[in-house]
Write a protein that binds this ligand. Structure first.
Ligand code: TXA
Ligand code: MG
Length: 333
């Protein structure tokens, strides 16, 4: 069936279109929806058959669990346990780019949790996403709406490019604001464990919840299965330009007209295409779109500036390392 793409005002959504999308969710279909981070591929989180369709459409390994999206803190009660730490963070940062890994209630199907005793929950800041959840009357399971391994989609065209007609409806509210996925934290213990740096800077979390922990090596891939896979990769190679790297070592034998550059600082070498950002916030917002646009040009390799590890720089470093195919069990900061 041909995908319907509905353009919707994110601040003043057309409720009739959202009702059609909510019915599709209840009928077990896939609906791509906007969040402030990236577009999600939504299905009824309590319907195992619908959730299985997400994995099929994305080509996602079934041992990688999904986030359940809710429209209010109250709705979490049906699917997971909120301890005091979880309540504190939800109170301060929801709706927003923070995903809480919580102890799951038994109603949550193993298709969502990949058999783990926990479930990841998040309340997105985009009003269209929250209205969709409310009208559907169920939590919505939603990974990023890209083919597994590809850069996440920050606009509706990228969703359609990757998933084509396997999605019934795409709700299009234009480009997303944050551009990288949510920060995923495990809060089942006494302190916050960062499983995936993302759109909410770790420094913000530390202001509220004290020093955070980072799982290391083997442990991280066991606790957050998604971190095990190569991810976010464009179709052409991407290499990292660290502050101390010698560009000549990276450029190899590529002609300068075939080299694409993304980063904040002007490159010190000749390139065929460059995409410059004014700061880490706009670098994060534009990262995935630049990868997707450069791979459609004559460019054969992307040189990406590796930013400092502060603020959104931490999430950028994580996504860039994976896009470059570097080991996923490295220490996060
Ligand atoms: O911003 C976002 O988080 C977007 C939007 C659509 O909400 N979603 C997203 O979903 O990025 P996805 O599936 O691409 O990434 C979810 C991450 C994966 O790394 C997954 O392994 C981890 O969250 N995760 C999910 N459930 C988990 C659990 N129970 N325990 C540990 N990690 C979990
Ligand atoms: Mg993803």
């Amino acid at each position: 069936m041909k995908t319907r793409i509905y353009q919707i005002d994110r601040y003043d959504p057309d409720i009739e279109k959202l009702q059609i999308a909510a019915k599709a969710i209840r009928d077990g279909e896939l609906v791509a929806f906007p969040t402030e981070t990236v577009y999600g591929l939504g299905a009824n989180a309590l319907d195992p058959e619908a959730v299985r369709r997400i994995f099929l459409a994305k080509g996602r390994p079934s041992d990688n669990p999904l986030i359940a999206h809710v429209a209010s803190v109250k709705e979490v009660a049906g699917i997971a346990v909120m301890n005091d730490l979880a309540k504190l963070l939800a109170e301060r940062f929801w709706p927003g780019p923070l995903t809480l890994v919580l102890t799951a209630e038994s109603i949550v199907p193993p298709e969502i949790t990949a058999g783990l005793p926990t479930v990841a929950v998040r309340m997105p800041a985009n009003k269209v996403a929250r209205e969709l959840i409310t009208l559907s009357g169920v939590p919505i399971a939603g990974p990023s709406a890209n083919r597994s391994g590809r850069p996440s989609p920050t606009n509706a065209a990228s969703v359609y490019e990757d998933l084509g007609d396997s999605v019934s409806i795409i709700l299009d509210t234009g480009p997303t604001e944050v551009g990288v996925e949510s920060t995923v934290v495990d809060v089942t213990g006494d302190s916050v464990v960062i499983l995936r740096p993302g759109g909410l800077p770790v420094e913000e979390i530390e202001k509220v919840a004290g020093t955070v922990q980072y799982p290391e090596g083997e442990k991280i891939s066991r606790r957050s299965p998604g971190t095990r896979y190569r991810h976010y990769a464009p179709l052409i190679p991407l290499v990292l330009l660290r502050h101390d790297s010698d560009p000549n070592d990276l450029l190899g034998s590529y002609e300068s007209s075939k080299i694409g550059y993304i980063g904040i600082r002007e490159p010190s070498f000749d390139v065929g295409e460059k995409i410059l950002f004014s700061d880490v916030t706009s670098y994060a917002r534009g990262l995935f779109t630049s990868m997707r646009s450069l791979e459609k040009t004559q460019i054969e390799i992307i040189i990406a500036e590796f930013p400092d590890a502060t603020g959104l720089g931490l999430a950028l470093r994580d996504r860039l390392r994976r896009a470059a195919g570097e080991g996923s069990t490295k220490k996060i900061p």
